[in-house]
Design a protein around this ligand. Sequence first.
Ligand code: PAD
Ligand code: ZN
Length: 376
Amino acid sequence: MSTAGKVIKCKAAVLWELKKPFSIEEVEVAPPKAHEVRIKLVATGICRSDDHGVNGSLVACLPVILGSCLDTVEINTIKESVLSSSPGDKVIPLFVPQCGECNVCKHPEANLCQKGDLKESQGTLNDGTCRFTCRGKPIHHFLGTSTFTQYTVVNEMSVAKIHEDAPLEKVCLIGCGFSTGYGSAVKVAKVTQGSTCAVFGLGGVGLSVIMGCKAAGAARIIAVDINKDKFARAKQVGATECINPQDYEKPIEKVLKEVSGGGVDFSFEVIGRLETMMSSLLCCQEAYGVSVIVGVPPNAQTISMNPMLLLTGRTWKGAIFGGFKSKESVPKLVSDFMAKKFSLDQLITHVLPFEKINEGFDLLRSGKSVRTILTF
Ligand code: PAD
Ligand code: ZN
Protein backbone atom coordinates (compact mmCIF):
# COMPACT_ATOMS: atom_id res chain seq x y z
CA MET A 1 0.00 0.00 0.00
CA SER A 2 1.42 3.36 -0.94
CA THR A 3 2.31 5.75 1.86
CA ALA A 4 2.71 8.67 -0.55
CA GLY A 5 1.37 11.89 0.91
CA LYS A 6 0.37 10.18 4.17
CA VAL A 7 1.73 10.56 7.69
CA ILE A 8 3.66 7.46 8.77
CA LYS A 9 3.53 6.37 12.41
CA CYS A 10 6.66 4.57 13.54
CA LYS A 11 9.11 4.13 16.38
CA ALA A 12 11.91 6.61 17.04
CA ALA A 13 14.44 7.28 19.79
CA VAL A 14 13.55 10.72 21.13
CA LEU A 15 15.90 12.77 23.33
CA TRP A 16 13.64 14.89 25.53
CA GLU A 17 16.39 16.24 27.78
CA LEU A 18 20.13 16.65 27.42
CA LYS A 19 22.35 14.01 29.06
CA LYS A 20 19.37 11.69 29.57
CA PRO A 21 18.72 8.30 27.95
CA PHE A 22 16.72 8.08 24.74
CA SER A 23 13.08 7.22 24.98
CA ILE A 24 11.61 4.90 22.34
CA GLU A 25 8.39 6.59 21.29
CA GLU A 26 5.75 6.39 18.61
CA VAL A 27 6.31 9.39 16.33
CA GLU A 28 4.49 10.76 13.32
CA VAL A 29 6.61 11.37 10.26
CA ALA A 30 5.05 13.87 7.86
CA PRO A 31 5.31 13.31 4.11
CA PRO A 32 8.26 14.94 2.38
CA LYS A 33 7.86 18.40 0.89
CA ALA A 34 9.35 19.52 -2.42
CA HIS A 35 12.96 18.38 -2.91
CA GLU A 36 12.82 16.08 0.09
CA VAL A 37 12.70 12.31 0.45
CA ARG A 38 11.26 10.14 3.18
CA ILE A 39 13.41 7.15 3.83
CA LYS A 40 13.06 3.87 5.71
CA LEU A 41 16.07 3.07 7.85
CA VAL A 42 17.71 -0.34 7.63
CA ALA A 43 20.86 0.21 9.68
CA THR A 44 22.56 3.12 11.43
CA GLY A 45 25.72 3.46 13.44
CA ILE A 46 26.31 5.15 16.78
CA CYS A 47 28.99 7.81 16.66
CA ARG A 48 30.78 10.07 19.14
CA SER A 49 29.23 13.07 17.37
CA ASP A 50 25.82 11.77 18.39
CA ASP A 51 27.10 11.67 21.96
CA HIS A 52 28.05 15.35 21.55
CA GLY A 53 24.40 15.79 20.58
CA VAL A 54 23.26 14.06 23.76
CA ASN A 55 25.55 16.31 25.80
CA GLY A 56 24.33 19.44 24.07
CA SER A 57 27.67 20.50 22.62
CA LEU A 58 26.67 19.92 19.00
CA VAL A 59 23.00 20.76 19.09
CA ALA A 60 20.65 22.05 21.73
CA CYS A 61 17.33 22.04 19.90
CA LEU A 62 15.12 19.83 22.01
CA PRO A 63 13.32 17.55 21.85
CA VAL A 64 15.29 15.97 19.07
CA ILE A 65 15.81 12.77 17.12
CA LEU A 66 19.58 12.36 16.85
CA GLY A 67 21.55 10.23 14.43
CA SER A 68 23.99 12.22 12.35
CA CYS A 69 26.11 9.74 10.65
CA LEU A 70 26.63 6.21 9.64
CA ASP A 71 23.26 5.51 8.23
CA THR A 72 21.83 3.54 5.43
CA VAL A 73 18.34 3.53 4.26
CA GLU A 74 15.93 2.64 1.61
CA ILE A 75 13.84 5.25 -0.11
CA ASN A 76 10.23 4.73 0.77
CA THR A 77 8.29 7.63 -0.58
CA ILE A 78 9.03 10.44 -2.93
CA LYS A 79 6.62 13.24 -3.42
CA GLU A 80 6.52 16.37 -5.47
CA SER A 81 10.12 16.29 -6.45
CA VAL A 82 12.20 15.08 -9.31
CA LEU A 83 15.04 13.13 -7.80
CA SER A 84 17.74 10.86 -9.08
CA SER A 85 16.54 8.29 -6.56
CA SER A 86 13.34 6.26 -6.76
CA PRO A 87 11.49 3.94 -4.38
CA GLY A 88 13.57 0.87 -3.57
CA ASP A 89 16.90 2.60 -4.12
CA LYS A 90 19.53 2.21 -1.47
CA VAL A 91 20.75 5.52 -0.14
CA ILE A 92 22.97 7.00 2.56
CA PRO A 93 21.97 10.27 4.27
CA LEU A 94 24.65 12.96 4.40
CA PHE A 95 25.20 15.07 7.53
CA VAL A 96 27.14 17.48 5.31
CA PRO A 97 24.99 18.09 2.23
CA GLN A 98 26.22 18.97 -1.25
CA CYS A 99 23.88 21.51 -2.83
CA GLY A 100 26.20 21.98 -5.82
CA GLU A 101 25.41 25.69 -6.00
CA CYS A 102 27.04 27.49 -3.07
CA ASN A 103 30.57 28.93 -3.11
CA VAL A 104 31.92 25.97 -1.18
CA CYS A 105 30.31 23.36 -3.43
CA LYS A 106 31.72 25.19 -6.47
CA HIS A 107 35.22 25.28 -4.95
CA PRO A 108 37.23 22.32 -6.28
CA GLU A 109 38.67 21.31 -2.88
CA ALA A 110 36.17 22.37 -0.21
CA ASN A 111 33.23 20.34 1.09
CA LEU A 112 31.43 22.19 3.90
CA CYS A 113 28.30 23.07 1.91
CA GLN A 114 26.70 26.28 3.12
CA LYS A 115 23.25 24.68 3.15
CA GLY A 116 24.21 22.33 6.00
CA ASP A 117 22.97 22.56 9.58
CA LEU A 118 26.32 21.90 11.27
CA LYS A 119 27.69 25.28 12.31
CA GLU A 120 24.71 27.03 13.90
CA SER A 121 22.24 24.19 14.16
CA GLN A 122 18.60 25.10 13.71
CA GLY A 123 17.40 21.54 14.20
CA THR A 124 15.07 21.79 11.21
CA LEU A 125 15.07 20.93 7.54
CA ASN A 126 16.06 23.71 5.13
CA ASP A 127 12.63 25.36 5.07
CA GLY A 128 12.87 25.92 8.84
CA THR A 129 10.27 23.31 9.82
CA CYS A 130 10.26 19.78 11.28
CA ARG A 131 8.70 16.61 9.88
CA PHE A 132 8.47 14.76 13.21
CA THR A 133 5.75 15.00 15.84
CA CYS A 134 5.55 13.09 19.13
CA ARG A 135 2.80 13.39 21.74
CA GLY A 136 1.58 16.45 19.86
CA LYS A 137 4.92 18.24 20.01
CA PRO A 138 7.22 18.99 17.06
CA ILE A 139 10.52 17.11 17.33
CA HIS A 140 13.73 18.62 15.98
CA HIS A 141 16.00 17.17 13.33
CA PHE A 142 19.75 16.69 13.79
CA LEU A 143 22.22 17.79 11.08
CA GLY A 144 19.53 17.30 8.46
CA THR A 145 19.62 13.53 8.88
CA SER A 146 17.99 12.20 12.13
CA THR A 147 18.41 8.48 11.69
CA PHE A 148 17.48 7.09 15.11
CA THR A 149 14.01 6.43 13.76
CA GLN A 150 12.35 3.85 11.52
CA TYR A 151 11.51 6.61 9.02
CA THR A 152 13.05 10.02 8.48
CA VAL A 153 12.78 12.88 5.99
CA VAL A 154 15.84 14.53 4.46
CA ASN A 155 16.51 17.07 1.78
CA GLU A 156 17.56 15.68 -1.59
CA MET A 157 20.95 17.38 -1.27
CA SER A 158 21.48 15.40 1.96
CA VAL A 159 21.18 11.94 0.45
CA ALA A 160 23.31 9.86 -1.93
CA LYS A 161 22.15 6.89 -3.98
CA ILE A 162 24.52 3.93 -3.62
CA HIS A 163 25.22 0.56 -5.29
CA GLU A 164 22.08 -1.60 -5.29
CA ASP A 165 23.91 -4.64 -3.85
CA ALA A 166 25.71 -2.78 -1.06
CA PRO A 167 25.39 -4.49 2.36
CA LEU A 168 23.62 -1.75 4.29
CA GLU A 169 24.66 -2.94 7.76
CA LYS A 170 28.29 -2.32 6.78
CA VAL A 171 28.36 0.53 4.28
CA CYS A 172 26.36 2.67 6.69
CA LEU A 173 29.80 3.52 8.17
CA ILE A 174 30.65 5.32 4.94
CA GLY A 175 28.02 7.89 5.95
CA CYS A 176 30.32 9.25 8.64
CA GLY A 177 33.10 7.62 10.64
CA PHE A 178 34.92 5.71 7.94
CA SER A 179 34.91 8.50 5.36
CA THR A 180 35.86 11.11 7.97
CA GLY A 181 38.95 9.19 9.03
CA TYR A 182 39.99 7.80 5.66
CA GLY A 183 39.58 11.14 3.88
CA SER A 184 41.50 12.97 6.60
CA ALA A 185 44.52 10.89 5.62
CA VAL A 186 44.21 10.59 1.84
CA LYS A 187 42.47 13.85 1.00
CA VAL A 188 43.08 16.39 3.77
CA ALA A 189 46.64 15.54 4.88
CA LYS A 190 47.51 13.94 1.53
CA VAL A 191 49.74 11.37 3.22
CA THR A 192 52.71 10.45 1.03
CA GLN A 193 54.39 7.17 0.17
CA GLY A 194 57.04 6.12 2.71
CA SER A 195 56.02 8.76 5.29
CA THR A 196 55.71 8.50 9.08
CA CYS A 197 52.28 9.22 10.59
CA ALA A 198 50.98 9.56 14.17
CA VAL A 199 47.30 8.97 14.96
CA PHE A 200 45.93 10.14 18.34
CA GLY A 201 42.76 8.23 19.30
CA LEU A 202 41.83 4.76 18.12
CA GLY A 203 38.06 4.86 17.96
CA GLY A 204 36.18 4.17 14.73
CA VAL A 205 37.39 7.40 13.16
CA GLY A 206 41.02 6.97 14.26
CA LEU A 207 41.14 3.42 12.91
CA SER A 208 39.84 4.75 9.61
CA VAL A 209 42.64 7.35 9.57
CA ILE A 210 45.10 4.47 9.97
CA MET A 211 43.47 2.66 7.04
CA GLY A 212 43.85 5.83 4.94
CA CYS A 213 47.52 6.27 5.93
CA LYS A 214 48.17 2.66 4.97
CA ALA A 215 46.36 3.01 1.64
CA ALA A 216 48.46 6.11 0.89
CA GLY A 217 51.64 4.09 1.41
CA ALA A 218 52.86 5.38 4.79
CA ALA A 219 55.89 3.41 6.01
CA ARG A 220 55.28 3.97 9.73
CA ILE A 221 51.94 4.51 11.40
CA ILE A 222 52.25 5.21 15.13
CA ALA A 223 48.96 4.72 16.97
CA VAL A 224 48.42 6.61 20.25
CA ASP A 225 45.72 5.88 22.84
CA ILE A 226 45.38 5.75 26.63
CA ASN A 227 43.28 2.58 26.31
CA LYS A 228 45.65 -0.26 25.43
CA ASP A 229 42.71 -2.50 24.58
CA LYS A 230 42.53 -0.53 21.32
CA PHE A 231 46.01 -1.55 20.19
CA ALA A 232 45.35 -5.01 18.72
CA ARG A 233 42.69 -3.67 16.38
CA ALA A 234 44.87 -0.70 15.39
CA LYS A 235 47.61 -3.12 14.33
CA GLN A 236 45.12 -5.20 12.38
CA VAL A 237 44.16 -2.18 10.27
CA GLY A 238 47.73 -1.04 9.66
CA ALA A 239 49.41 0.58 12.69
CA THR A 240 53.09 -0.35 12.78
CA GLU A 241 53.52 0.55 16.47
CA CYS A 242 51.28 1.56 19.39
CA ILE A 243 52.08 3.98 22.21
CA ASN A 244 50.25 4.64 25.48
CA PRO A 245 51.13 8.17 26.72
CA GLN A 246 50.54 6.99 30.29
CA ASP A 247 53.58 4.69 30.04
CA TYR A 248 55.90 7.73 29.82
CA GLU A 249 56.98 10.47 32.21
CA LYS A 250 57.68 12.97 29.42
CA PRO A 251 54.98 14.49 27.23
CA ILE A 252 53.80 12.31 24.35
CA GLU A 253 54.96 14.82 21.71
CA LYS A 254 58.55 14.44 22.97
CA VAL A 255 58.26 10.66 22.81
CA LEU A 256 56.97 10.83 19.25
CA LYS A 257 59.69 13.27 18.16
CA GLU A 258 62.31 10.90 19.52
CA VAL A 259 60.95 7.75 17.94
CA SER A 260 60.50 9.50 14.59
CA GLY A 261 63.90 11.16 14.49
CA GLY A 262 62.75 14.77 14.88
CA GLY A 263 59.02 14.76 14.23
CA VAL A 264 56.46 12.87 12.15
CA ASP A 265 55.44 13.88 8.62
CA PHE A 266 51.70 13.73 9.32
CA SER A 267 49.79 13.78 12.62
CA PHE A 268 46.07 13.43 13.33
CA GLU A 269 44.05 14.32 16.43
CA VAL A 270 41.04 12.01 16.44
CA ILE A 271 39.85 12.40 20.03
CA GLY A 272 38.42 15.91 20.39
CA ARG A 273 40.58 17.26 23.25
CA LEU A 274 42.55 20.51 23.22
CA GLU A 275 45.59 18.97 24.96
CA THR A 276 45.94 16.23 22.38
CA MET A 277 45.37 18.73 19.54
CA MET A 278 48.42 20.62 20.80
CA SER A 279 50.44 17.40 21.27
CA SER A 280 49.52 16.37 17.75
CA LEU A 281 50.69 19.73 16.36
CA LEU A 282 53.92 19.64 18.37
CA CYS A 283 54.87 16.10 17.37
CA CYS A 284 54.97 16.86 13.64
CA GLN A 285 58.23 17.97 12.03
CA GLU A 286 58.64 21.74 12.52
CA ALA A 287 59.64 22.59 8.94
CA TYR A 288 57.30 20.41 6.90
CA GLY A 289 54.97 18.46 9.20
CA VAL A 290 51.22 18.52 8.54
CA SER A 291 48.83 18.18 11.48
CA VAL A 292 45.13 17.55 10.96
CA ILE A 293 42.36 18.11 13.53
CA VAL A 294 39.63 15.50 13.11
CA GLY A 295 38.21 15.30 16.65
CA VAL A 296 35.41 17.67 17.64
CA PRO A 297 36.02 19.45 20.96
CA PRO A 298 33.09 18.90 23.36
CA ASN A 299 32.36 22.60 23.90
CA ALA A 300 33.21 25.98 22.43
CA GLN A 301 36.78 25.98 23.72
CA THR A 302 39.85 27.86 22.50
CA ILE A 303 43.54 27.06 22.24
CA SER A 304 46.35 29.56 22.62
CA MET A 305 49.50 28.82 20.70
CA ASN A 306 52.90 30.27 19.89
CA PRO A 307 52.89 31.44 16.25
CA MET A 308 56.48 30.23 15.92
CA LEU A 309 55.05 26.71 15.76
CA LEU A 310 53.65 27.56 12.32
CA LEU A 311 56.25 30.13 11.22
CA THR A 312 58.85 27.39 11.10
CA GLY A 313 56.85 25.69 8.37
CA ARG A 314 54.25 23.39 9.92
CA THR A 315 50.78 23.18 8.42
CA TRP A 316 47.80 22.94 10.78
CA LYS A 317 44.45 22.09 9.25
CA GLY A 318 41.15 20.36 9.82
CA ALA A 319 38.13 19.14 7.92
CA ILE A 320 34.66 17.76 8.39
CA PHE A 321 33.80 14.44 6.75
CA GLY A 322 37.36 13.84 5.60
CA GLY A 323 37.15 16.71 3.14
CA PHE A 324 34.95 14.63 0.83
CA LYS A 325 32.24 16.34 -1.20
CA SER A 326 29.51 14.15 0.20
CA LYS A 327 26.97 13.47 -2.53
CA GLU A 328 29.53 12.69 -5.22
CA SER A 329 32.04 10.84 -3.00
CA VAL A 330 29.82 8.51 -0.94
CA PRO A 331 28.65 6.42 -3.94
CA LYS A 332 32.27 6.11 -5.12
CA LEU A 333 33.44 5.02 -1.66
CA VAL A 334 30.67 2.41 -1.56
CA SER A 335 31.79 1.13 -4.97
CA ASP A 336 35.39 0.99 -3.71
CA PHE A 337 34.16 -1.04 -0.73
CA MET A 338 32.30 -3.40 -3.09
CA ALA A 339 35.53 -3.75 -5.10
CA LYS A 340 37.26 -4.76 -1.83
CA LYS A 341 39.60 -1.76 -1.81
CA PHE A 342 39.07 -1.58 1.96
CA SER A 343 37.22 -3.54 4.63
CA LEU A 344 34.86 -2.21 7.28
CA ASP A 345 34.76 -5.34 9.44
CA GLN A 346 37.35 -4.12 11.95
CA LEU A 347 35.23 -1.07 12.73
CA ILE A 348 32.10 -3.01 13.66
CA THR A 349 32.24 -4.53 17.13
CA HIS A 350 28.55 -4.75 18.02
CA VAL A 351 25.21 -5.09 16.26
CA LEU A 352 22.05 -4.34 18.28
CA PRO A 353 18.37 -3.98 17.52
CA PHE A 354 17.40 -0.30 17.30
CA GLU A 355 15.40 -0.49 20.55
CA LYS A 356 18.66 -1.12 22.45
CA ILE A 357 20.08 2.26 21.47
CA ASN A 358 20.86 3.24 25.09
CA GLU A 359 22.95 0.09 25.49
CA GLY A 360 24.80 1.08 22.31
CA PHE A 361 25.66 4.50 23.75
CA ASP A 362 26.86 2.89 27.01
CA LEU A 363 29.20 0.70 24.95
CA LEU A 364 30.60 3.77 23.18
CA ARG A 365 31.08 5.77 26.39
CA SER A 366 32.78 2.90 28.20
CA GLY A 367 35.23 2.46 25.32
CA LYS A 368 34.10 -1.16 24.86
CA SER A 369 32.81 -0.69 21.34
CA VAL A 370 34.33 0.78 18.21
CA ARG A 371 31.12 1.05 16.25
CA THR A 372 27.77 -0.37 17.22
CA ILE A 373 25.37 -0.81 14.31
CA LEU A 374 21.68 -0.49 15.12
CA THR A 375 19.41 -2.54 12.89
CA PHE A 376 15.75 -1.80 12.28
P1 PAD B 1 35.85 7.29 20.16
O1 PAD B 1 35.39 7.86 21.45
O2 PAD B 1 35.37 5.96 19.75
O3 PAD B 1 37.47 7.22 20.17
C1 PAD B 1 38.28 8.13 20.85
C2 PAD B 1 39.54 7.41 21.32
O4 PAD B 1 40.41 8.36 21.96
C3 PAD B 1 39.27 6.32 22.36
O5 PAD B 1 39.89 5.11 21.95
C4 PAD B 1 39.90 6.87 23.65
O6 PAD B 1 40.46 5.85 24.48
C5 PAD B 1 40.99 7.77 23.09
N1 PAD B 1 41.43 8.82 24.03
C6 PAD B 1 40.67 9.56 24.87
N2 PAD B 1 41.43 10.45 25.55
C7 PAD B 1 42.69 10.28 25.11
C8 PAD B 1 43.95 10.90 25.41
N3 PAD B 1 44.02 11.89 26.31
N4 PAD B 1 45.06 10.48 24.77
C9 PAD B 1 45.00 9.47 23.85
N5 PAD B 1 43.83 8.84 23.52
C10 PAD B 1 42.71 9.24 24.13
O7 PAD B 1 35.54 8.40 19.08
P2 PAD B 1 35.34 8.33 17.48
O8 PAD B 1 36.45 7.56 16.87
O9 PAD B 1 33.94 7.97 17.16
O10 PAD B 1 35.49 9.88 17.14
C11 PAD B 1 36.69 10.55 17.38
C12 PAD B 1 36.50 12.05 17.25
O11 PAD B 1 36.18 12.36 15.89
C13 PAD B 1 35.34 12.62 18.07
O12 PAD B 1 35.72 13.88 18.61
C14 PAD B 1 34.23 12.79 17.06
O13 PAD B 1 33.30 13.77 17.44
C15 PAD B 1 35.05 13.20 15.87
C16 PAD B 1 34.32 13.04 14.57
N6 PAD B 1 34.56 13.95 13.65
C17 PAD B 1 33.95 13.91 12.46
C18 PAD B 1 34.31 14.95 11.47
O14 PAD B 1 33.63 15.07 10.45
N7 PAD B 1 35.39 15.74 11.72
C19 PAD B 1 33.06 12.92 12.13
C20 PAD B 1 32.83 11.94 13.06
C21 PAD B 1 33.47 12.01 14.29
ZN1 ZN C 1 26.60 23.77 -1.23
